[in-house]
Design a protein around this ligand. Structure first.
Ligand SMILES: *Cc1c(COP(=O)(O)O)cnc(C)c1O
Length: 384
């Protein structure tokens, strides 16, 4: 799917000198590199505060905890507090809601963008009296949710937005970078994400001074002074070493995003003719670009697993993001509300297949994958 060794050799001198610099100064906890990265990303995203944290998951949990502390004057939410999100996402999105003390409401996704269907959220909110406090939109696979609808809804219904931007670093809605719409944005620098560390790492963005201050306490045990704390905190700082590596890799971000988009456009152009698959779709204007963190197709007629096996035999790795919708997982049993059947999510888990979009992949490699996919369908067609 990705070739991290190749990516490292491409950026080797930048990364090596960043690491060597850390070895010299030995300030492993909250060294200058952490603040330098925060500042760099603040400027890039045009957001007031960036706070480096230990992972994308922690970025979500810390965001929610800080909102509970600020708005409810309580350490955690209650189970009667409900937070809306998508069932078609990585486990951590929903799990962070539980870890912050609240329960989840799952609303189904759009079959075209794979993102939560905001119109369904709007419809649901018209008829419910539940105690809904917020929403976590996930900008899945590098494409923004409809932030016009969502920000209107949020102010009309007084709901907070925590954006899950784990897969959309650098993506935007109408020219404005994601992670700057909500009260916070939660980013992941997991090694395979758009900007990947050499281990776990994450970041929180916010324009709210108080939220930023609370999060800075929570990542250091819960106080301004770690020997005398105010809140139930964590040890959830971003490592100096990871910050140094991310800072070095940041230089390549735009270049890699462009390369990924280019590869995806080849897929789109050449796979368009196949009736057996549905390609990812960006319904928005030019200003809202799809970064294709994953290039995820839908395979019709129960052929997904066969196609995956066929490609594996041809030496092509693919992935299934995601094989199970969140509401089917045991952890959410008795901790979630499902107002309407989640039919699209349940259907898509059996159809989706993510193809390789390694930014440094050669055009011949992309064409090889495309030809293998076409051959698979010619073969299965012949058998019929
Ligand atoms: C990766 C991911 C996370 C969690 O990030 P980690 O850094 O792995 O903790 C959360 N949400 C989504 C949508 C993700 O893809």
């Amino acid at each position: 799917m990705l070739n991290l060794k190749l990516q490292y050799s491409y950026m080797k001198s930048d990364i090596d000198s960043a690491i060597k610099n850390c070895l010299k100064h030995q300030k492993w906890i909250l060294g200058d590199e952490v603040y330098k990265l925060e500042q760099k990303i603040s400027e890039y995203l045009k957001v007031k505060h960036c706070i480096g944290v230990s992972s994308g998951t922690d970025a979500l949990v810390l965001s929610l905890r800080a909102i509970a502390i600020k708005s409810k004057k309580k350490e955690y939410f209650n189970k009667s507090d409900l937070i809306i999100t998508s069932p078609f996402t990585f486990t951590a999105t929903g799990d962070s809601i539980l870890r912050a003390g609240a329960n989840v409401i799952f609303i189904d996704i759009e079959p075209t963008t794979y993102n939560i269907d905001i119109n369904k959220v709007i419809k649901f909110l018209k008829k419910t009296k539940n105690n809904i406090v917020g929403i976590i939109p996930v900008h899945l696979f590098g494409l923004s949710c409809n932030m016009d609808l969502l920000t209107n809804l949020s102010s009309e219904k007084n709901l907070f937005i925590v954006e899950d931007v784990a897969q959309a670093f650098g993506a935007n809605w109408n020219g404005k970078r994601l992670g700057t719409f909500g009260i916070t944005g939660a980013f992941s620098f997991f090694p395979t994400k758009i900007l990947g560390a050499f281990g776990d790492a994450g970041m929180i963005t916010t324009n709210d001074d108080e939220i930023a201050e609370i999060i800075r306490m929570l990542i250091k045990h819960g106080g301004k002074d770690k020997y005398n704390v105010e809140h139930i905190g964590y040890n959830a700082r971003l490592d100096t070493l990871q910050a140094a590596i991310l800072h070095a890799k940041f230089k390549y971000l735009e270049e890699f995003n462009e390369k990924r988009i280019k590869i995806s456009n080849i897929y789109i152009e050449k796979l368009r003719e196949l009736e057996e698959i549905i390609l990812p779709y960006n319904p928005y204007k030019k200003n809202t670009s799809h970064l294709y963190h994953q290039f995820t197709i839908r395979v019709k007629n129960n052929k997904r697993d066969l196609l995956q096996k066929f490609l594996k035999e041809k030496g092509i790795d693919t992935m299934i993001y995601y094989p199970m919708p969140l509401h089917k997982m045991k952890v959410f049993k008795n901790r979630c509300v499902i107002p309407e059947p989640l039919r699209i999510s349940e259907k898509l888990v059996n159809e989706v297949l993510s193809l390789p979009v390694e930014p440094l992949m050669e055009v011949e490699d992309v064409n090889y994958i495309i030809n293998c996919i076409k051959n698979f369908f010619i073969k299965t067609y012949d058998k019929r």
